[in-house]
Ligand binder design. Structure first.
Ligand code: GLC
Length: 631
């Protein structure tokens, strides 16, 4: 049962399309004092959800702040990442789903201040609350997913392998990647372009010094089944004569300050302006710009820096420099040193800046801070609306960094700037279910890690998880160790794992579509299936993928095996390379399994079959009719 409660006059986030009638009665289960909600939890309650966030599948014991943030350090103490996904489920004797539909800042203290209490603080005064009651967590998820509408489905080729790196600048770089994969007989479907392809970081431009003939390069790569996927950033360079800037200025399509002047921020190109995606005309205008690149043969994009990330605002930058000048001839001691550093560090993504610009919406002028969490969502929706028209439904690849529930209908998301840390393999795994609950099914992390230097074993182990997830992309930061699989000695091992991805695609793709169509989980915690089994409920490092297979990847360096929990009898298929090397019935219970660096273990549930395709060089090369079945 879904119940809706409305407070004030909420801005319609369009997270929910068909709203049930709002109730006037008092909110049940919670005590409400102004904008603070509290409810108690039993000692053994689990809290699932909250989408993209650090820490466990069970969110209990930490505070999460729903505020889309450009956060490049995904460590345990962090409270916000790029997405704002305000849906969680209390799973205990009572099963209750809660969705706070509010586009501003919301704080979820899930048993952090008090272990047996949930405290929710909503900063806006206008919002809606949805409560979903049912007898199982999975039924609550299905009801919620039905409420928010069907998730985005990318084209089939988007389930292939993607190679990315901040730094692939030129045509030569692209051809080098193509050669690296093809010569070494590694399958590949996508090469991503980061900001380097643009002319001075200007959206919808291509640097002609780096690409003599971009269109021809794109079409040549496509003949080899490789799609090129460029990045688009939210900020638009301030530059007279640059058509996007000129048109936006002429039509008043950029966000403005309180005096009605364009709000100038700093991003990659330096001084930039922010398209007002809350303004329907501006949004349509920006979305249609993607055609500049689709006309050159592009069929997919990744939208970035759309929290929006701000290095500084022009206004605040001036103040900071004035402040710093005061220290110039003084004795800078401890506190002054802190103050100086803070002044510089707090220039980026400063809350005062988010409070200083406005959107023109159908409901009038709205301060950005009140709808902050919708910015990336609306940018991506604008792209998706246009791409649907230009290329057709299910014909374009699109994923975004920032998101809010509702955006899941338009695109996927990637998990942002993680690091080449072993703990981030596990974080990648843990985020899958909480994102699936909120409708984000096409998702994945930067495999190998974005920041810091990867190692061969880390990449192999990360791939061993990544091959099961919908979005498979190896991406890394400028200046880090090159991490394409062909940079490493263990090429054969990589080849085996990547080939297995393509062999598994019929199962993975079918599971993906089923999870979208049935509002189901793609990657599920064991506790959602084996609901009465306490060991399954507490298991945070294994996933059920689709309804037939369980995975238990290794996420510790130098480990030669791991503990696995089997909630029922299953059959272990040990793959060496892309072939089965061992089959074994495993009893229900706890066990320890050795898994070498070139092995993948798949646990098949009883009475299920796992279809396998033949190896293929690209998704288009897969013969979907020529399948063998493991059972
Ligand atoms: C952001 C993105 C990252 C990208 C970089 C440069 O940090 O999250 O993926 O490589 O910007 O565009």
């Amino acid at each position: 049962m879904i119940r809706r409660f409305t407070y004030g006059i909420p801005f319609d986030t369009e997270a929910v399309l068909n709203k049930p009638t709002a109730e006037n009665c008092k909110l049940p289960y919670f005590e409400k004092q102004d904008n603070i909600l509290s409810c108690s939890m039993d000692e053994n309650d689990i809290v699932w959800g909250l989408g993209e966030n650090v820490r466990g599948m069970n969110k209990r014991g930490h505070t999460y702040v729903s505020w889309c943030s450009d956060e490049f350090e995904h460590s345990e103490e962090k409270n916000s990442l790029y997405g704002a996904h305000n849906f969680f489920i209390i799973d205990g004797y009572r099963k209750l789903g809660v969705f706070i539909d509010c586009p501003g800042r919301v704080t979820f203290d899930i048993g952090d201040s008090e272990y047996e209490k949930i405290l929710i603080t909503i900063e806006n005064k206008d919002y809606e609350i949805y409560l979903i009651e049912n007898d199982s967590v999975i039924s609550i998820i299905k009801e919620f997913r039905k409420l928010i509408g069907e998730s985005y489905i990318p084209p089939k080729w988007a389930f292939g392998i993607g190679q990315s790196r901040w730094g692939y600048g030129s045509e030569q770089d692209l051809l080098k990647v193509q050669e690296g994969y093809r010569k070494n007989k590694l399958p590949l479907d996508m090469i991503y372009l980061d900001i380097d392809y643009m002319d001075n970081f200007k959206d919808f431009t291509v640097d002609s010094n780096k690409y003599r003939d971009f269109k021809t390069t794109i079409s040549k790569l496509k003949e080899d089944d490789i799609r090129v996927i460029p990045i688009i950033d939210a900020g638009v360079k301030v530059e007279d004569g640059y058509d996007v800037y000129d048109e936006g200025m002429k039509n008043g399509y950029f966000c403005k300050d309180k005096d009605g002047k364009e709000f100038i921020v700093g991003v990659w190109p330096g001084k930039s302006v922010l398209p007002d995606f809350l303004n329907k005309d501006a949004s349509k205008w920006f979305g249609d710009k993607y055609k500049v690149l689709t006309d050159m043969g592009i069929e997919g994009f990744w939208n970035d820096m759309n929290e929006p990330a701000l290095f500084y605002s022009e206004k605040n930058k001036q103040k900071v420099f004035e402040h710093l000048a005061e220290y110039k001839d003084t004795n800078v001691g401890l506190y002054a040193n802190f103050a100086m550093k803070d002044a510089v560090n707090f220039m980026a993504n400063n809350i005062e800046d988010y409070k200083s610009f406005y959107h023109e919406t159908e409901k009038g002028k709205i301060c950005h801070a009140d709808i902050h969490n919708l910015y990336g969502y609306k940018m991506t929706e604008s792209a998706s609306n246009s791409l649907k028209e230009i290329l057709g439904k299910e014909k374009y690849l699109l994923f975004s960094r920032a998101s809010y529930i509702g955006m899941h209908r338009s695109s996927g998301i990637w998990m942002g700037d993680n690091k080449s840390w072993w703990s981030h393999i596990l974080l990648n795994l843990k985020m899958i279910p909480s994102l699936n609950m909120c409708g984000f099914i096409y998702t994945g992390a930067d495999l190998g890690g974005f920041g810091s230097n990867t190692t061969e074993d880390l990449l192999l182990r990360w791939y061993a998880l990544g091959i099961f997830l919908p979005l498979f992309r190896n991406h890394s930061c400028l200046g880090t160790r090159e991490q394409e699989p062909y940079q490493f000695k263990a090429l054969d091992k990589f080849r085996g794992i990547l080939n297995l991805r393509y062999r598994l695609l019929p199962y993975l793709y079918e599971s993906f579509i089923a999870s979208v169509k049935n509002n189901d989980m793609y990657g599920s915690p064991l506790g959602l299936i084996w609901t009465e089994d306490e060991d399954a409920r507490r298991c945070e490092d294994q996933l059920l993928i689709g309804d037939s297979i369980m995975i238990a990847p290794i996420y510790e360096q130098n480990a030669t095996g791991r503990h696995v929990y089997l909630p029922e009898e299953m059959k272990l298929f040990r793959f060496k390379g892309s072939d089965v090397a061992e089959e074994k019935i495993m009893d229900r219970g706890h066990c320890y399994i050795h898994i070498a660096l070139d092995e993948i273990c798949i646990f098949l549930r009883k009475n299920k079959k796992l279809p396998l395709a033949k190896e293929a060089a690209s998704v288009e090369d897969i013969d979907w009719n020529d399948l063998t079945y493991l059972e």
